[in-house]
Design a protein around this ligand. Structure first.
Ligand code: BES
Ligand code: ZN
Length: 852
């Protein structure tokens, strides 16, 4: 059983807090093990709140003293907080508590990382700092005084008085406690400024540890692009005199949107050509945008309760996706996002952890920062935009910002804004928020007398707690092509609302080839019987870049499934189609790289399971190897030419065009390495002046098991760079041959640089193994056991990261009885660990389900 009592929280139990807060004053006297936090909170009764005792959250706090209106009180203390008798009218509550940031390895609340003080309060970390109503619907203005001898002392809002040993901050915008932040350390600022549309000057700083100051320029540029974009596209200006970003090495997540003081995992902000890949640059730009965009979608308008998390996260992911599309390529971004959605969210939706975008209950809220809330939450907004149109979307957003600025809002508020803007009834649409599971959309067609009809059926499989599903509103983007390749009907949106529905197109001279679900217009699994010929035709001719890519992906999957289930040879039509894509000089190299990439092992396993076949991880691995080898051989004359043609001259630029060329070169290098024993990769490794190409080459060599020399030289070269060494760890566990993966990972965990309490390092080594599908699922169970051992160890220090990583086991139902038994055994071993955290206990219990 977990250490703290497990209590399920229900959306339907929501009730307002007993009081409003008119202001909070906090003083921090920082010390590694004895930090004093003094609070002064101005409470005023909330006349609308139901009758309740006065309760403040508080966990692991040592209460020194408490006062109400200056009179000392002795409140009742429990594991989770404090109750007290309070006056009927307004009153001032004061407390002094002691906390120990240095021993806080959970990285939640106030903690230390490399001598620096840092906070993480979302979702419920503020209660580990002081007694407070730690819930997002209680908003207040904060004045903060930080006392410490450290040179840089930061908190939210605008800066006030400061001198040797202290700094004061004032945040004029009322905010919930989860947006509170404090940082103190020996840090260096990379500074810049931004002038908003209305002429306000904003000071911008990125604070980093000494030595990292040369890795801030890109992040700063990304911040300024984000600020401009939010003004141009959403009409949203920044609202303080200063915007600070701090990089910290020990961080559970990617980054956090604290008001005016964003805190970033250093891996998500520090960038340089020598140490960061193109993928890193794109991720950094996207995450800086994401956290910045939260200033309006999250901070100015926050969530009433944590069940509404997708109100801020789904919308902000949607916005950062739009931003990246505008900065780079919409086509490539859409394909990347769908790959991620399928890999993470479809997996979640089809397993024991399936839950609605707006969940109805939770034990530990940290376990609900999921692909469903984030990525499906963003998809739902994309569908809404498609259904109401771009103009109405813009009007609805303006209404949302106008109506709810300063509010702690709900998904119902959000939908109401769209209903009021368009007059549409969104009752059925709202099921996308309340019902879990990925709809299966099957389609057949017929043609006669110039009329073409598409017949659709939708069905959503049962998910935990939701056996029966209602039909959804599904926007299906469709275009029609003539057999000669011309588009005869441009993209239109078919609005499906019934379980079965047909749509007709008239006035056609020949039977068209349909391009269905263009741009992936809804997060569904499209089931359509189609010929290799038709898929190859769409890959060659579709005007919709997503469906063009999708046709190639479907061909690859069909080939692999046939190889695995019918012992079929590699489909040569697929190989010819790939060659045609590579030869087409009108295509974006980034797109060609995506077309060349094969589906992941996990994707194939999921696909097989969906059609009733038990996946064999080793067979999938082998089939992918065979297919890659066939592709390499089939394209061998073409590959050196493509590789040379995509060489990028001149100084490194992280922009989309050169990054796309490098991506294609990397994909081609992977194939060439299968033919030349690694000569070309070794040459690229030696010549590389940037991490993208160095890492590509090393990965190619490791995949053919010829990278030992380069692995060692890479370690020597980068031993002092934490973020690059994470790559070194991750590559080895991630690319190890299946039979060796667990042993190699175990060796990595004995490496002097394996700092298991650092989440980035832990994720690199162990997460590399769980992402190495055939390695993790090796038949002897060594992968399962090693991961479980480490999860048990990490749980005592860092429950949040442990719980997230336990999802590696959520696919157990897919596999054969032997693997199922081994995975269940490890899950039960984790579950039975004494003092297991509530976080991990909830996860493994849900993963096991009731029938394990
Ligand atoms: N608010 C979250 C950070 C967070 C997540 C805090 C979970 C506490 C618990 C932040 O805005 C976020 O969503 N970060 C993402 C990256 C983003 C680009 C999707 C992250 O950290 O992975
Ligand atoms: Zn977010």
């Amino acid at each position: 059983m977990p250490s703290t009592t497990e209590q399920t929280i229900y959306l339907s139990d929501y009730k307002e807090f007993s009081h409003f807060i008119d202001g909070v004053e906090l003083t921090f006297q920082l010390s590694p093990t004895k930090t004093r936090v003094k609070s002064k909170i101005h409470f005023r009764p909330n006349p609308k709140a139901p009758e309740q005792a006065f309760f403040l959250h508080g966990e692991h706090l040592k209460l020194i003293s408490a006062h109400i209106d200056g009179v000392k009180i002795s409140p009742t203390l429990t594991e989770t907080g404090l109750t007290a008798e309070v006056p009927n009218g307004p009153f001032i509550f004061e407390a002094e508590v002691e906390i120990s940031p240095e021993t806080n390895t959970a990285l939640e609340g106030l903690y230390m990382s490399n001598g620096m003080y840092c906070t993480q309060c979302e979702a419920e970390g503020f209660r580990k700092i002081t007694y407070y109503p730690d819930r997002p619907d209680v908003m207040a203005t904060f004045k903060v005084r930080v006392e410490s001898a450290l040179p840089v002392l930061l908190s939210n809002g605008n800066s006030g008085t400061s001198d040797e040993g202290f700094a004061e901050w004032h945040d004029p915008w009322p905010k919930p406690a989860y947006l509170f932040a404090l940082v103190a350390g020996d840090l260096i600022a990379h500074t810049d400024s931004f002038t908003t549309k209305s002429g306000k000057d904003v000071a911008l700083n990125i604070y980093v540890r000494p030595g990292d100051e040369d890795k801030c320029a890109f992040g700063m540029g990304a911040l300024k692009r984000s600020m401009r974009w939010d003004e141009d596209v959403y009409g949203r200006e920044y609202d303080l005199d200063i915007f600070n970003i701090v990089a910290v090495d020990d961080f559970n997540m990617g980054a956090m949107e604290n008001k005016g003081l964003n805190i970033f995992n250093s891996s998500c902000v520090l960038a340089s050509p020598e140490t960061s890949t193109d993928a890193n640059f794109e991720r950094i730009e996207g995450i800086i945008a994401h956290e910045y965009f939260h200033n309006w979608t999250g901070n100015r308008i926050t969530c009433r309760d944590w069940f509404q998390l997708c109100l801020k996260e789904g919308l902000t992911v949607f916005r950062d996706q739009q931003f990246t599309g505008d900065m780079r390529s919409h086509a490539v971004k859409r394909i990347d996002d769908v790959i991620t959605l399928r890999a993470r969210q479809f997996r979640e939706d089809n397993g024991p952890l399936a839950h609605p975008v707006r969940p109805e209950s939770f034990v530990e809220i940290n376990n609900f920062y999921t692909a469903t809330v984030y990525d499906k939450g963003a998809e739902v907004i994309g569908m809404l935009k498609r259904l109401v149109g771009d103009e109405n979307y813009k009007r609805a957003l303006d209404l949302y910002f106008g109506r709810h600025d300063g509010d702690a809002a709900t998904i119902d508020d959000w939908l109401k804004v769209f209903e009021d803007t368009t007059g549409r009834d969104l009752t059925q649409f709202s099921k996308w928020y309340s019902q879990a599971g990925t709809p299966r959309l099957s389609v057949t067609d017929e043609f006669s007398d110039g009329t073409y009809i598409l017949h659709f059926k939708q069905a959503t499989p049962p998910t935990p707690g939701q056996p029966v599903k209602d039909p959804r509103v599904i926007p299906i983007a469709v275009g029609l092509l003539n057999p000669n390749g011309d588009e005869v009907r441009e993209t239109c949106i078919l609005e499906m609302t019934e379980a079965e529905q047909s749509f007709r197109f008239t006035g056609l001279s020949t039977k068209p080839i349909p391009s269905i679900l263009r741009a992936f217009s809804a997060p569904v699994i499209l089931e359509r019987q189609s010929s290799t010929k038709e898929r190859a035709f769409l890959l060659a001719h579709d005007t919709d870049p997503f469906n063009k890519w999708e046709a190639g992906r479907a061909l690859a999957k069909e080939t692999l499934v046939a190889m695995l289930t019918a012992d079929a040879p590699v489909n040569s039509d697929f190989l010819d189609a790939l060659a045609a894509v590579l030869r087409d000089e009108n295509l974006d190299p980034a797109f060609q790289a995506l077309a060349l990439a094969l589906p992941s092992q996990d994707d194939i396993a999921q696909t097989l399971f969906d059609v009733g076949v038990t996946p064999d991880p080793m067979a999938i691995y082998t089939a992918l190897e065979t297919l890659s080898q066939s592709i390499a051989q089939h394209l061998q004359d073409l590959l050196p030419r493509i590789y040379a043609a995509n060489h990028v001259e001149g100084p490194f630029s992280s922009e989309a065009a050169p990054a796309g060329k490098r991506a294609l070169q990397g994909a081609v290098l992977g194939l060439i390495s299968r033919l030349d024993g690694g000569d070309q990769a070794r040459a690229q490794y030696t010549a590389a002046d940037n991490m993208t190409q160095q890492l590509q080459a090393l990965a190619c060599l490791l995949r053919i098991d010829r990278g030992q020399t380069e692995l060692a030289s890479f370690e020597t070269q980068w031993a002092q760079d934490r973020l690059v060494m994470d790559k070194w760890f991750g590559l080895q566990s991630g690319l190890a041959a299946p039979q060796k993966a667990a042993a190699i990972t175990e060796t990595l965990t004995k490496h002097a640089a394996f700092d298991w309490k650092n989440p980035n390092r832990f994720r690199a080594a162990l997460g590399g193994l769980t992402a190495n599908t055939a390695g993790f699922h090796a038949a002897d169970g060594a992968g399962y056991k090693l991961v479980a051992d480490w999860l048990i160890k990490l749980d005592a220090a860092n429950p949040q990261t442990t719980a997230r990583m336990s999802t590696a086991f959520d696919s157990w139902r897919r596999y054969d009885a032997g693997r199922q038994g081994q995975m269940i055994e490890q899950l039960k071993r984790i579950q039975a660990t004494p003092n297991l955290s509530r976080d991990t206990h909830e996860m493994v219990t849900r993963i096991l389900g009731s029938d394990a």
